[in-house]
Design a protein around this ligand. Structure first.
Ligand code: TEU
Length: 603
């Protein structure tokens, strides 16, 4: 276990919270709303649902005023709500209704960049002498070509469109501004103390209004290497623009800025400080941010697991093995315990394909078992647990080849498809590979309307309204209403539905926090190519120990218990039902396809 003076197992609300992420455009609209978008009123109308599932905290992706170039991750006013979602009064109402249910709200804080429509940027670009000029990152062209066209200051590629430069030329002032994600999202200049002050003000504004903390978008990108060097040719010399990550990920002043944020804002509230930190896997860097004594953040999203099938850019494919997946999870479970940090447990969000499609088997035959297997894993790992909307009913990616390219709405996918079509116009193999990448990796798969029922539009918005994004074609069979209603024993061999199983698993986690949230973790099967088995041990003296055994394959497997362990009882499993006989408690555990089980170990 952790060292003597470790605070790893000291209870905090934000450690044991079950946090549910809402993607507001696609969660729930409200009656009479003709926009085809979800709304704040819609979210409020579903709080009883979330409570019943077992959720404590709601995190919503951005609902601030925004031109929606990147679905709200381009903010034009941090202190107002976009009319497509509602009003500030609606948010006050949401906070009140959450409090009534002993729940909390966490907001997305997107402050690496703003929208190019934010008043700060409009001022900044208006002239070289505007007082806000230095609030953003402006640079002169590197050179001027013989034809008079300018060259960007360096070769960095856009993150959401890697065929393009991250620099955008402004005709009026003859300089480039940096927009790491898209031209609509100019990066703020954190070197400027006025910018930092303005960010602290935004945070105070929301904390005073009653929110309980922030998920901080790409917070590890706020400090750039000041010389802005060219990036190495990772994508090969044929590509003009290259990923410049090493010069803006966990840059030289990141930890100073986070320490200042903590001192100026976070330390004054009992708030959740959750950083999203892509592109970084270095243990020391991560621990600096989340070590209990670091004075920076409480926890971060580490990208190891969701980057498992990424070669160097996200929109590409890379084969991976279950053994690699296990090693990543085990590594961070152990590291945070040993080094007194804190983990986030997540496998889905609005930037990733659906987990059952990615890590299990989403065919009609195995979808339900796979989703339950992942539920068992997620709810038995140490750290703060995140559930993404639709994960609890096992929503999956669009069927391969089902969507025409126009159905994809995300700016990253649109840019990707444009690039593939330009580069490989006459290469059918590459074009079909491009389509495959979209079918497997596009962020769109997680952004479709939540499937509430078998009613038109899956109950997401009124029947006569067209949703902003297409509803998955499986909504008549995969939806909340049917999964909540189904009586065990009726038509499914007495098994719980995916939703009921998630609810049961969350309850189990909540009832045994000292084991599953705060407990010790030991991998029991590092070498097994298919089975992930681990022991969780209570952080208090009870000595409770639980075994988790997960078969990540579509073949039957046998797991043999280590000598020192003896089982007392099986507690939960995705094959357990009223009609199937109980598993024997012997040494050998015979597992069905995608079977997962947890049991209590005899003391
Ligand atoms: O994402 C940051 C991020 O780096 C990724 O998860 C991103 O989706 C991926 O690199 C694309 O290949 C955050 C938000 O979650 C995402 O929705 C925004 O688009 C992005 O920041 C910019 O604000």
């Amino acid at each position: 276990m952790a060292s003597q003076d470790s605070t790893y197992a000291s209870p905090k609300w934000w450690k044991e919270a079950i946090i549910y992420q809402v993607y507001p455009s696609s969660f729930q609209s409200h009656p009479g709303n003709t926009t085809g978008w979800g709304s704040v009123k819609g979210i409020t109308s579903r709080l009883d649902y979330l409570k019943e599932l077992g959720v404590d905290v709601l995190w919503t992706s951005p609902i601030y005023k925004s031109p929606q170039a990147d679905m709200g991750y381009d903010i034009a006013d941090y202190e107002d709500i976009d009319p497509c979602y509602g009003t500030l009064a609606d948010v006050d109402d949401l906070i009140r209704e959450l409090k009534r249910r002993d729940m909390r709200l966490v907001m997305d804080l997107v402050v690496n960049h703003t929208s190019n429509q934010h008043a700060w940027f409009l001022e900044s670009k208006s002239s070289k002498t505007n007082p806000k000029r230095d609030w953003y990152i402006w640079k002169a062209p590197k050179s001027i070509n013989p034809d008079g066209s300018p060259e960007p200051p360096n070769n960095w590629a856009q993150i959401l469109g890697e065929a393009n430069s991250a620099w955008n030329y402004d005709q009026v002032t003859g300089e480039y501004y940096l927009g790491l994600f898209t031209p609509d999202q100019p990066d703020l200049n954190w070197e400027n103390p006025e910018v930092r002050e303005a960010v602290w003000d935004v945070m105070h504004f929301w904390l005073k209004r009653g929110v309980s903390g922030f998920r901080m978008d790409v917070i590890n990108l706020i400090s750039k290497v000041p010389s802005y060097p060219d990036a190495p040719l990772i994508l090969g010399p044929g590509h003009k623009y290259q990923p410049g990550q090493q010069f803006f990920v966990n840059g030289p002043k990141l930890h100073d800025y986070l320490t200042e944020m903590n001192r100026q804002v976070l330390s004054k509230y009992d708030a959740l400080a959750l950083g999203e930190m892509p592109f970084i896997y270095d243990e020391d860097e991560i621990l600096k941010a989340v070590g209990a004594r670091s004075g920076e953040l409480n926890m971060i999203f580490i990208f190891g697991l969701v980057d498992i099938d990424n070669p160097n850019v996200r929109m590409a494919l890379k084969p991976w093995t279950v053994r690699e997946m296990k090693a990543i999870i085990t590594r961070w479970q152990r590291t945070m315990i040993e080094k007194d940090g804190w983990n986030t447990v997540f496998i889905e969000n609005h930037d990733q394909p659906r987990s059952v499609s990615r890590y299990a088997d989403d065919s009609d035959e195995w979808r339900d078992k796979g989703a339950k297997l992942l539920a068992l894993m997620q709810t038995t790992l140490g750290g703060t647990l995140f559930v993404y909307q639709g994960e609890e009913i096992g929503m999956r990616n669009a069927r391969s080849g089902e969507w025409p390219p126009e159905a994809f709405r995300d700016v990253e996918t649109i840019n990707y498809w444009k690039k593939v079509q330009t580069l490989y116009a006459n290469d059918p193999d590459m074009l079909s590979l491009g389509r495959k990448v979209m079918d497997m990796k596009a962020r769109d798969h997680a952004r479709t309307p939540m499937q509430w029922s078998a009613a038109p539009n899956a109950g997401f918005c009124d029947p006569e309204v067209t949703p902003w994004m297409r509803v998955m074609s499986d909504y008549k069979t995969v939806n909340v209403e049917s999964q909540m209603q189904q009586q065990s024993g009726e038509d499914s061999d007495g098994e719980l539905t995916t939703w009921q199983f998630w609810q049961r698993c969350l309850k189990n986690r909540a009832e045994h926090k000292e084991v599953f949230v705060y407990g010790d973790f030991h991998d029991q099967s590092p070498a097994d190519p298919n089975v992930y088995a681990y022991i969780r041990t209570s952080s208090v003296d009870s000595g409770d120990r639980w075994l988790v055994v997960l078969n990540f394959s579509g073949q039957k497997q046998r797991f043999v218990l280590p000598e020192a362990l003896e089982l007392e009882s099986w507690a939960l499993g995705n094959y357990v039902s009223e009609k199937t006989p109980r598993k024997p408690l012997g040494r050998a555990v015979d597992l069905q396809e995608w079977e997962g089980l947890i049991g209590k170990v005899r003391r």
